[in-house]
Write a protein that binds this ligand. Structure first.
Ligand code: 6GU
Length: 243
């Protein structure tokens, strides 16, 4: 998979060189290219923003540098351009799994009050476009969101995770019916007066599995009741929603 990032803060994306994505680059599974959007601004001050038509507070990112950047990166049909924006669709595990099947993702990280709408319209004419939000809160820019989406996607690439089984059981995996993960424990058996639940030390694998499923359901009901509600959208999936 090839990943490109367009940003006015390339240093913000330095963590890509560390940790999981960095290892995937070393192993040849991933190619990562971070680009400074200002490379495609041509005035003395390398301006990338301007005042909004119609008035109002803040600045809007100008279209020209984005258009030149897409040309320079040779973005083509088959590529996916991701605009990280609080007004996008909500990012979730299902979307991460979808994006993990793509050959190339181009992250367009917006700043200020947003990017001129014609950039998004133009992008749709040259590639697939997804506008993605992490959730219902506002960040200063799309860079941190691009990092979060990257990490969620990259760890799903075949051959990336050392232990493929840990992908199956974890929170939000479709295979667990969308329940949150059960609590986990390791040694010592008693710590600060808190005991490991006896069932986990019983050696009864059936009882352990039932306890874990029950804990996952309780936790989900308490913290994320929305995940237990029947989905209002029939996506044709054969996987049962958690009930
Ligand atoms: Cl993708 N961008 C910004 N600026 N704020 C956000 C977000 C994205 N997702 C949640 N808040």
């Amino acid at each position: 998979m090839r990943l490109d990032y367009l940003t006015i803060f390339p240093d913000y994306l330095a963590p890509l060189r560390l940790s999981l994505p960095g290892k995937a680059v070393d192993s040849g599974l991933l190619e990562i290219h971070v680009h400074d959007l200002r490379s495609w601004a041509h005035d003395k001050h390398r301006t990338v923003d301007d005042t909004p038509y119609g008035g109002g507070a803040g600045m809007v990112m100008k279209p020209e540098p984005w258009g030149e950047a897409f040309d320079a990166l040779a973005v083509e049909p088959g590529d996916t351009i991701i605009f990280t924006t609080p007004s996008g669709e909500r990012f979730d595990q299902r979307l991460a799994e979808d994006l993990a099947t793509r050959g190339r993702l181009v992250f367009a990280c917006g700043r200020y009050e947003g990017i001129d709408q014609r950039v998004i319209d133009h992008a749709r004419s040259i590639a697939e476009v997804r506008e993605i939000s992490l959730g219902d809160y506002v960040l200063n820019g799309g860079e941190v969101a691009a990092l979060a989406v990257t990490e969620a996607v990259v760890r799903l690439l075949p051959g990336f995770m050392g232990n493929a089984e840990s992908l199956v059981e974890e929170s939000h995996a479709a295979s667990t019916g969308g329940l949150l993960e059960y609590p986990v424990y390791t040694k010592p058996p008693v710590w600060q007066g808190h005991e490991v639940p006896a069932v986990l030390r019983s050696g009864d694998h059936g009882a352990v599995a039932r306890w874990r499923h029950d804990q996952a359901r309780r936790r989900t009901a308490q913290r994320r009741p929305d995940l237990l509600a029947p989905s209002s959208i029939d996506d044709g999936s054969t996987i049962e929603r958690a009930v």
